[in-house]
Design a protein. Sequence first.
Length: 103
Amino acid sequence: MSARTDVEATRTQASTGITPETLKSTLVEKLGATHVQIEDMSGGCGQMFEAIIVSPQFAKKTTLARHRLVNTTLKDEIAAIHAWTPKCHTPEEWEKKQGGAAS
């Protein structure tokens, strides 16, 4: 479903309504995410996203379980885009990764 032209890309994003903001909103609402950073890697057409997601719901879960939780939460959105790469952290892991500074 990836776009071949800018016009097609604009049409695809308009028809799906998927933006970094809509993805972030869903993750905050449904996973209680405390930090979400989403980057559109597709040049603005909304077909390829990378995300950093920080949620207390990831505690005591394996990486696979975290990804499954996110993918289930965004099932409809993921079905409409070309590529999705989440990086999932607990708040404690994220704070440690940031050098101990709160984000």
